[in-house]
Design a protein around this ligand. Structure first.
Ligand SMILES: Cc1cc2nc3c(=O)[nH]c(=O)nc-3n(C[C@H](O)[C@H](O)[C@H](O)COP(=O)(O)O)c2cc1C
Length: 163
């Protein structure tokens, strides 16, 4: 396997896009990261925004991931408070053997990805990976052929040997 698609998704949009990538990119593996933080329902939205804004980390499952066998890593996250989520931050932080790998990132959002590209780039480069691109998909467009085509093109272009 050459491509590992690592994503976090609370309500399914990012999972949907990640599964689409996996369905059209040969030789890819999906890894879903879950956030084990327990927030009270009433204050969950505010707590999630606060944690994302602070670029906090959280307890996740899986708690570590060895990516030695992959040529390309694809990270997917929802946008929370204009940033990727604590869960995707956490998995990037605990990746094993990610140094010098190429990595691309995508977010799904309600329409305002804010600083997500820059934050992803910072986290990816902090772990010694090479940031090779970013795209944002509006949650309204997750079924849209053009929006998906842009993302697939990005992933394929990051691995030049794929057709
Ligand atoms: C806590 C929280 C904060 C959010 N903040 C933003 C935001 O800043 N900008 C935006 O465009 N969408 C925002 N959204 C919408 C989500 O990014 C969007 O619905 C995304 O597709 C959800 O992905 P998921 O279904 O994979 O969890 C937010 C949603 C939540 C729950």
């Amino acid at each position: 396997m050459r491509i590992c698609i690592i994503y976090h998704s609370e309500t399914g949009n990012t999972r949907h896009v990640a599964q689409h990538i996996a369905s059209v990119i040969p030789d890819s593996r999906l890894v879903e990261v879950t956030d084990r933080a327990q927030h009270m329902a009433l204050t969950r939205f505010l707590a999630q925004c606060k944690d994302a804004r602070g670029e906090n980390k959280t307890e996740i499952e899986p708690s570590h991931l060895n990516v030695r066998e992959y040529d390309l890593l694809v990270f997917g996250s929802p946008v929370w408070a204009f940033k990727p989520t604590p869960a995707i931050h956490s998995i990037i932080d605990v990746l094993e053997n990610c140094e010098k790998k190429r990595a691309v990132a995508f977010v799904t959002c309600g329409g305002r990805p804010g600083g997500s590209r820059e934050v992803f780039k910072k986290w990816i480069e902090a772990r010694g990976m090479n940031f090779a691109g970013f795209t944002s998909v509006n949650e309204k467009d997750i079924e849209d052929a053009a929006a998906n085509a842009e993302l697939i093109t990005l992933v394929k272009s990051a691995v030049p040997k794929l057709d």
